[in-house]
Write a protein that binds this ligand. Structure first.
Ligand code: FAD
Length: 613
């Protein structure tokens, strides 16, 4: 192992912030409370996640300080899910979605007691936006908060079953909860749109008067208390309205919304969703890296049969290499793309330009989808060991199912982004896209592969714009969008891939050590070539690749795997993970001994394994 190259890779993966933002969070997770526990009921597992969240809270600076430093918030999203996927969900909802909303829109002296209550984690804060009938269409939510001037209170009410709050954490009534509830503010007979309210849900013994909750049905792995919550004319003091710069009460006690339309105010009220998407991606790539780390360490130890011998590490097979090195290339690509999106977000603290919004949405969708695939591959390549919770990867699979849907369902998020990019129209002076000439180009040449991806992105965008603008047929807007959206989705996806490859090649150039530079260069080629193979038919039809090159793709991928293999160990060492942190027996230096210890099976450990020659 080369510690200098390891440090170089870690610097690139953690954007030079490992020591300052990540290290202590990882160390905190060595606490025995995070040791794997078995035989818990789902409720017990959920309660344990609350206990573990309190340990994380007690071991770090206060949430209010974490919110001041987005890098720290993103790091907090990345680590706890490695040892308990439910703890991640609780922490992110509390720190970012709820408390972030309170700090951003409720920073007033009159709310200090409630802010402190959440900052101290005396109460957890569920975030109640989604309703049973309003998920991806949450902007049309129906929970209402009607202002009663006489008592200076809002009356919070759930008008019907579809308006019940859905999926937020209200199922455990013995945990004190002070929620951020999104509701339609109605005053003086007018609907002013959606605003956040601070609403006491439970005092730790029972639900507050007028608040009703029922747990959602069980889901695999995560024993958390996602629930259905409804309000029956609950009185909420006027001060609990988190209006921020979205309006306020004038001296006569009349509510005045800020200028701008309801849509703009809605996006402002839901402002924490944007960093939330970066948190979701952070957790996804963290889980992806850990999966690849575990699977590759196991693959180097797991002996199998081969012609003439019975002790070949399974990683020596090209089929295993192709699966796991491709997964490795994807976790690098998505980590580097995410770092880029985080940097852009941190650089634009006040206003989020449309381009940044698109980048964050594409990063969230692409990274969570890619990590879903990576995790499924790693699970499968670990055989039966891959299905045990203690070996982590199966649990990460469950985490990813939630991440793909929460904080903007990937499909809808990407379609919305695509629609906005298409509607932007061609920028003045934008050159028509030219296909790169494939003649004589090396399939490992990332400059060529990048040009090919860029061409596909631009061609899809051109086709999508032409489809929307097509006036040869009588169509409604919905018809036009339906004819276009799948092209738009493909365009938005390839934009993410192209950006990721740009970040990847830059990282390879920025590497300060030769082993890191070489390894990253090879991995970037593997990432890009895998993408080209995915749409090889399109590239062939457009003459971007020759027929010979397309035929050569499988061999080129295999050949890259051969070159990457000597670098695999160093590439995963840059993740700064350890068997001690993950506690997965198959990631241990001696997986057989670790598995024996874990299961309490004291069979013939230490006995010589005889192999046929
Ligand atoms: C683990 C988990 C935790 C959650 N925690 C919270 C929480 O704490 N607080 C909270 O408020 N919410 C929470 N949610 C809810 C989450 O925000 C919603 O699930 C999400 O917004 C999607 O809404 P939905 O589930 O109603 O999906 P639906 O809107 O019912 O979508 C169903 C399907 O239809 C497709 N679809 C929907 N609309 C369109 C469209 N316009 N165009 C094309 N396709 C479309 C979607 O892609 C999806 O495949 C959580 C969700 C999960 C999974």
């Amino acid at each position: 192992m080369n510690p200098v190259a390891t440090a170089d890779l870690a610097r690139l993966l953690f954007d030079g912030r490992y020591e300052q933002a990540h290290k202590d969070i990882g160390e905190l997770l060595l606490d025995p409370i995070f040791d794997p526990r078995e035989g818990l009921t789902m409720n017990e597992a959920g309660k344990l996640a609350y206990e573990r969240s309190r340990v994380v809270h007690a071991g770090l600076e206060r949430p209010v300080e974490i919110l001041r430093d987005p890098w720290r918030l993103f790091a907090l999203a990345e680590w706890p899910s490695l040892v308990d996927v439910s703890t991640f969900s609780l922490l992110m909802v509390h720190y970012n979605l709820s408390f972030g909303t309170v700090v951003e829109h409720g920073d007033r002296p009159e709310l200090k007691d409630l802010v402190d209550e959440l900052d101290r984690l005396d109460s957890f804060s569920p975030y109640m936006a989604t309703e049973l009938g309003y998920g991806n269409n949450v902007a049309a939510m129906r929970t209402e908060a009607v202002y009663d001037a006489a008592s200076e209170t809002f009356v919070l009410n759930t008008p019907d079953a579809l308006a019940q709050k859905h999926m937020s954490y209200s199922g455990f009534q013995d945990v004190p909860k002070l929620a951020v509830v999104m509701a339609r503010l109605k005053a003086d007979g007018k609907d002013h749109g959606v605003y956040p309210f601070l609403v006491p849900i439970s005092d730790g013994t029972r639900l507050h008067e007028g608040v009703h909750a029922a747990p959602c049905p069980e889901k695999p792995v995560q024993g958390l208390d996602n629930g259905v919550t409804w309000f029956d004319h609950v009185r909420v003091p006027r001060r609990n309205l988190l209006h921020g710069d979205m309006g306020g009460f004038d001296e006569n006690g009349t509510f005045r919304p800020s200028s701008g339309n309801q849509r703009k105010r809605f996006l402002r009220a839901m402002s924490r969703i944007l960093p939330g998407r970066l948190c979701v991606s952070s957790s996804a790539v963290g889980a992806g890296r850990a999966s690849v780390y575990i699977a590759l360490r196991f693959a180097a130890q797991r002996l199998t049969n081969a012609p003439g011998r019975n002790d070949l590490p399974v990683i020596e097979y090209r089929s295993h290499q192709l699966a796991l090195f491709t997964a490795l290339s994807k976790v690098y690509a998505m980590t580097l793309l995410l770092n880029h999106a985080k940097r852009e977000f941190v650089a634009a603290p006040d206003a989020v330009p449309a381009e940044l919004n698109h980048l964050i949405s594409i990063t969230k969708a692409l990274s969570t989808w890619e990590m879903t695939e990576v995790i499924a591959t790693c699970r499968e390549r670990c055989g039966a060991q891959g299905i045990f919770s203690v070996n982590r990867i199966a649990d990460y699979g469950s985490l990813l199912q939630g991440l793909v849907t929460a904080e903007g369902d990937n499909q809808v998020l990407l379609a919305t982004t695509a629609g906005q990019i298409i509607a932007q129209g061609q920028a003045e002076g934008e050159a028509p896209s030219e296909a790169p000439d494939p003649t004589g180009r090396d399939l490992r040449d990332t400059a060529f592969l990048l040009a090919a991806l860029r061409h596909r992105e631009q061609e899809l965008l051109r086709a999508a714009r032409a489809s929307m603008a097509d006036e040869t047929r009588e169509r409604t807007y919905l018809d036009a969008w339906n004819d276009t959206m799948n092209t738009g989705l493909a365009m938005a996806r390839v934009r993410g891939v192209r950006t990721a490859l740009e970040c990847f090649t830059e990282a390879a150039e920025e590497a300060e050590t030769e082993p890191a530079r070489t390894a990253l260069g090879l991995l970037a080629s593997l990432y890009a070539l895998t993408e080209v193979q995915r749409d090889a038919g399109w590239y062939l039809a457009r003459g971007v690749f020759t027929a010979d090159q397309v035929e050569e793709l499988p061999q080129a991928l295999d050949a890259l795997c051969v070159l990457i293999q000597p670098h695999a160990e160093i590439l995963i060492s840059g993740f700064n993970l350890s068997p001690e942190l993950l506690r997965a027996p198959i990631a241990a230096d001696d997986y057989v001994a670790a598995f024996q210890r874990r299961t309490g099976a004291f069979g013939p450990a230490g006995a010589q394994i005889t192999t046929e020659s």
